[in-house]
Design a protein around this ligand. Structure first.
Ligand SMILES: [Zn+2]
Length: 117
């Protein structure tokens, strides 16, 4: 279900470590909720997941089939977000599916690449 009309302008995310930590903490807490949802039954019926973009105060939900969510969660670095919810300074968009996007934390796949300009 399209939710573009609910997406406010992107707040100013800094590249500071404090800001990134705050986003990362929110991502992980949303992910815990989604993992509980994912485990919450065996039915293949679509269920409601939370956007994992990490924006504090945003509680966008996404309706996905379990198979779709499993496809998002093929590695720890991959996060489920609503279309347009990627944080440009922090995320790389890996896949766009129309109803949801898959993002990765930038640099997550190359942890030694610190200090990239
Ligand atoms: Zn979001």
């Amino acid at each position: 279900m399209a939710q573009e009309d609910q997406i406010p302008p992107e707040p100013p995310f800094g590249r500071s470590r404090a800001s990134e930590r705050r986003v990362a903490g929110a991502e992980v807490s949303r992910r815990r909720v989604n993992e509980a949802i994912d485990r919450g039954g065996r039915s293949d019926a679509p269920r409601v997941f939370m956007c994992e973009c990490g924006r504090v105060g945003w509680n966008t939900t996404l309706t996905l089939g379990l198979g779709e969510y499993d496809n998002v969660r093929t590695s720890f670095e991959r996060f489920l977000v609503a279309p347009g919810h990627d944080v440009h300074l922090i995320h790389d968009v890996l896949e766009r599916h129309g109803s949801h996007d898959v993002v990765a934390r930038r640099g997550a796949e190359r942890p030694e690449a610190d200090g990239v300009a």
